[in-house]
Design a protein around this ligand. Structure first.
Ligand SMILES: [Zn+2]
Length: 276
């Protein structure tokens, strides 16, 4: 009986060991598999992290390329910092920035025969049509003028100053040039300016500012890309007397800012481009 019991115990021990071994091997199998699964997951996560890192790096490379590309291939995207680099519609002409005597834009003709820069014909016609639709008659009485015509206008003005004030020489010249731009400094040479008259007023003097027609133009010109170029009380900036009849094309974007803020083209270019 003792022998028998001892055998059973031995068997039990062996069985227990076997069961233990099996359990251990199972357990280790599970653990191993689990570990494998875990590491596979980790690997996946790591891979996708790396991939996304590579992707985002690639994206940022593409982005930075895209950012740097305009500098290299499209210099017009950069803000101009000299008058010469300004787009055609913002061409600045004044005493500090005169045009050469041979500057001449490609001209187009308005319906009443006056010539302006061909690129503004449609905008000019649209503005005058807009006035007509509102019940006002507004028309161009001076568009493009060449350098030499400006000399003639200045000489005529000097004569009139002398006749009316008795001033002569430099004094007459100084007085005249406040009203008639020096050759090369008139916006009319750019072809981007128009002097406007209207149905109820037909002289180019300050009185035209009181007409409903010109008031309509001042209120609506920016919608067509035009500005009142020589506003009242800013003659120290423009160097030109108040000219309520002189409208200048600059494009809708600039015109909207200039007319809303009541500033000059000079101030606008200084604010936006730092150009003086
Ligand atoms: Zn003018």
């Amino acid at each position: 009986m003792q022998k028998y019991t001892g055998r059973i115990t031995r068997w039990a021990v062996i069985a227990a060991i076997v069961v233990l071994l099996v359990l251990v091997s199972f357990a280790s199998g599970w653990i191993f598999a689990g570990e494998k699964k875990h590491s596979a997951k980790e690997e996946e996560a790591l891979t996708s992290q790396t991939e996304s890192a590579v992707e985002s790096e690639a994206e940022s490379v593409v982005e930075s390329q895209a950012e740097s590309q305009p500098e290299e291939s499209e210099p017009e995207e950069e803000l101009p910092d000299t008058v010469e680099e300004l787009p055609w519609n913002l061409l600045l002409v004044n005493r500090d920035h005169p045009l050469s005597d041979d500057f001449k834009p490609e001209l187009g003709t308005l319906s009443n025969g006056y010539e302006v820069d061909a690129r503004i014909v449609d905008a000019a016609e649209a503005m005058m049509q807009g006035a007509a639709d509102a019940g006002y008659s507004v028309y161009c009485t001076s568009g493009y003028r060449d350098y030499y015509l400006q000399w003639t206008l200045l000489e005529n003005k000097i004569s009139r100053v002398t006749a009316s004030t008795g001033l002569e020489g430099q004094e007459a010249f100084d007085e005249a040039k406040m009203v008639v731009a020096l050759p090369g400094t008139s916006e009319h040479q750019t072809g981007l300016a128009m002097d406007l008259l209207c149905g109820s007023y037909s002289s180019l003097d300050e009185g035209i500012a009181d007409t409903e027609e010109i008031q309509w133009c001042v209120e609506h010109c920016a919608e067509y890309g035009f500005i009142l170029r020589f506003p009242k009380d800013q003659t120290d900036i423009t160097g030109i007397v108040y000219e309520p009849w002189h409208f200048r094309y600059v494009g809708v974007e600039a015109a909207t800012v200039i007319m809303e803020e009541g500033i000059t083209l000079e101030t606008y270019l200084q604010n936006v481009y730092g150009i003086e």
